[in-house]
Design a protein around this ligand. Structure first.
Ligand code: HEM
Length: 429
């Protein structure tokens, strides 16, 4: 049955903006992979657009989308959300333009907006909770009882324990993001040019591993038992993994400042936490209950994307354990593209049919998209491993990167364009 379009305009705009940003970011990635001479020019643009324009905007949009469903709270003043969107996107745009023009003033303004955006986000969420506590929770009941996809997103007694851990994870991730972006902004006043300078690597660890890794993992903790019909994830085991992860992120960042020779230990702690978390989720995913009547199963391609994301998380952990730098191209792409983006593909195939008003992708299309993305990423990853790991330099990195980067970019583009295309064609669930 065709569903109404219950997602708020604000979430839709955040998610659509994230899509547009990733179309550009993935295109730049594919271009650099096939033509390495463009890396010096496009690398910094791609490195801004993807973590901030794609994953961060997507996290903002998804949070606004599921806030009312999962908590029954709504931000009391709609205009604050719109200001948040303008500040967040303008920050990305100004940083990209400033890098192209080598303008340090514009760069600082962009970094400032990038630092202020999560403050507005936090304020908006807090005001939703405060006003919701006064007026009581207000769940969109009609919408939830109508929709098969939404029903499992409701609060559930059995999932209370792991939900609490997930909630704590998103809170801590946001705090680490605030520290990271404010740090980079403040530091930019002590340097000229568009390079934020010393100490920025530690801030990047807080943003990449703390904010993006931490949030994606926590959202996964809420969604996996619901979307994948797994039983509940043991809350104590999840809590242990989460504490280990955030502790390792902070130790890694502090170690980078205090004594870079600690890297041998701090990177490995991060590796252990990543392996633990990936295996915990994989174990839970493998115990999914295919006969569960009250929770609809997500499509098979969604399951494949979820499984691949978790395998890539374990691989990230193993590479960190053998001493790979957490900010190497291989580590960052295992985290961002292998883990976070693949997981978003999995989540997206489960949720976007609802976000986009009941549209449903054809199986062949979805499989092609998943194949290009995963196979492309594997080839890219092998090429990046050839750059990063001593002794792996016999790998033919250039052709692998060219083919892998091209396929991964095509996979991303296929995912991004299918939803508006289906919406225009009116293909319904
Ligand atoms: C769509 C597929 C992707 C492809 C084909 C790709 C390809 C590349 C390539 C070839 C580089 C090397 C550039 C250089 O050496 O300067 C690179 C760098 C980078 N990529 Fe990606 N990438 C993809 C997706 C992503 C995603 C999803 C993220 C984050 C959300 C990301 C974040 C980064 C970062 C932070 C750098 C370092 C940029 C710098 O500081 O120079 N990439 N990518």
């Amino acid at each position: 049955m065709a569903q109404s379009r219950p997602i708020s305009s604000l979430s839709k705009v955040f998610i659509t903006t994230a899509f547009i940003n990733f179309l550009i970011g993935a295109f730049f990635g594919g271009w650099m992979s096939s033509s390495p001479s463009t890396m010096a020019l496009l690398g910094p643009l791609h490195g801004e657009i993807n973590p901030f324009g794609w994953l961060t905007m997507m996290i903002y949009g998804m949070t606004y989308a599921v806030l009312a469903l999962s908590t029954g709270f709504r931000p009391p003043r709609a205009e604050v959300g719109w200001i948040h969107w303008i500040v967040a996107e303008l920050g990305v745009v100004l940083i990209v333009v400033s890098i192209m023009l080598n303008s340090s003033t514009m760069f600082r303004i962009g970094l400032g907006l990038q630092a202020i955006a999560p403050v507005i986000f936090l304020g908006n969420l807090l005001s939703a909770v405060i006003s919701g506590k006064k007026s009581g929770r207000n769940f969109p009941q009609d919408m939830m009882s109508q929709s098969q996809t939404l029903n499992p997103l409701k609060r559930s007694d059995t999932l209370q324990g792991s939900d609490r851990v997930g909630q704590r994870g998103t809170d801590v991730s946001l705090m680490l993001f605030l520290v990271g972006v404010w740090w980079i902004w403040i530091q930019s006043f002590f340097h000229t040019g568009v390079n934020p300078g010393l100490g920025a690597d530690a801030a990047k660890v807080l943003i990449y591993y703390g904010w993006i890794g931490g949030t994606v993992w926590s959202v996964g903790l809420h969604l996996m038992p619901r979307q994948a019909s797994t039983g509940h994830i043991n809350a104590k085991a999840a809590s242990f993994g989460q504490v280990a992860w955030f502790a390792a992120v902070v130790i890694q960042a502090v170690g980078m400042i205090v004594n870079p020779s600690w890297q041998g230990i701090t990177g490995r702690l991060l590796g252990i936490a990543a392996v633990y978390q990936g295996l915990l989720f994989l174990y839970s995913l493998s115990s999914r209950n295919a006969k569960s009547a009250d929770r609809p199963l997500f499509p098979k391609w969604s399951h494949t994307a979820w499984s691949a994301a978790l395998v890539f998380e374990v691989l990230l952990g193993i590479f960190l354990l053998i001493g790979l730098d957490p900010l190497s191209l291989l580590s960052m792409h295992l985290l961002f593209l292998g883990f976070a983006t693949s997981l978003l593909y999995g989540v997206g195939y489960g949720l976007f049919p609802w976000f986009f008003g009941g549209v449903k992708p054809a199986g062949a299309y979805a499989w092609t998209q998943i194949f290009c993305s995963l196979f492309g990423f594997i080839l890219m990853g092998v090429a990046f491993a050839g750059f990063a790991i001593p002794g792996w330099n016999s790998i033919p990195t250039s052709p692998l990167l060219a083919v892998g980067g091209f396929l991964a970019a095509i996979g991303a583009i296929l995912f991004l364009v299918e939803w508006p295309f289906l919406l225009l064609r009116g293909v319904k669930e």
